[in-house]
Design a protein around this ligand. Structure first.
Ligand SMILES: Cc1cc2nc3c(=O)[nH]c(=O)nc-3n(C[C@H](O)[C@H](O)[C@H](O)COP(=O)(O)O)c2cc1C
Length: 201
């Protein structure tokens, strides 16, 4: 049995959000095809993820005990390390990810749990895990020249690779806010791609 962590980074409802239309379809398809697996939904806004305080930093860098697993910040890094697969649902905000996702990664990136420092530098501790990044954008950023400006998919991929996750796929629905675009067609294509990837994820 695998555990899937479904990380939602948008304050909008499932009905309003085009990102969530795609990610919910991915999750529904996944559940149908992997009925024995556990899917944990982590809506970052409902979780109340906030910026790290000075106290949080002491907890992150301090000694870890059995009690750390229930610490309001550290519990997220343990949960992340225990999951087998990750599904990220992310709208592009100002060329990057919504700030709440960065704040969440500040909870998750804990030395000794998701990565460690060695004499050769940092090494990821998350092995044999896979991830899918479902990203929506108003414009087009996955191809040159605008791909130079793209810091959402690249950021998530880089953070995951840093923690050792090697198998990462992206489903990108782009040009959703460009006048004259057939937005429903773009969404239908993304939904189809999500369905295909979810079956074998
Ligand atoms: C605060 C904010 C910033 C945004 N910045 C960008 C951007 O830099 N580039 C872009 O292509 N789209 C940008 N968008 C548009 C969204 O990425 C796009 O509308 C996306 O489809 C929203 O997904 P949703 O329907 O799930 O909210 C931005 C939207 C918001 C709300």
């Amino acid at each position: 049995m695998s555990t899937v962590l479904y990380i939602k980074a948008n304050p909008k409802s499932d009905e309003e959000s085009r990102t969530f239309q795609i990610s919910e379809h991915f999750i529904e398809t996944y559940k149908k095809n992997h009925p024995e697996d556990q899917v944990i939904t982590l809506d970052l806004y409902k979780e109340g993820i906030r910026f790290l305080t000075n106290e949080d930093i002491y907890a992150i860098f301090g000694p870890k005990t059995e009690e750390s697993k229930n610490h309001p910040v550290l519990k997220y890094t343990y949960q992340f390390a225990q999951a087998d697969k990750y599904v990220f649902a992310i709208p592009m905000w100002n060329l990057s990810v919504p700030a709440i996702l960065k704040a969440y990664f500040d909870y998750v990136m804990v030395s000794g749990i998701t990565f460690k420092y060695t004499e050769h530098g940092a090494v990821g501790l998350l092995k044999n895990k896979k991830a899918v990044c479902i990203l929506t954008t108003g414009g087009e950023y996955m191809t040159p020249p605008m791909s130079d400006f793209e810091m959402a998919n690249r950021y998530v991929n880089t953070i995951l690779a840093f923690m050792g996750v090697e198998d990462i796929k992206t489903i990108a629905a782009q040009r959703l806010d460009i006048q004259g675009e057939d937005v429903q067609k773009i969404l239908n294509e993304a939904l189809k791609e999500a369905e295909e990837i979810a079956k074998s994820f």
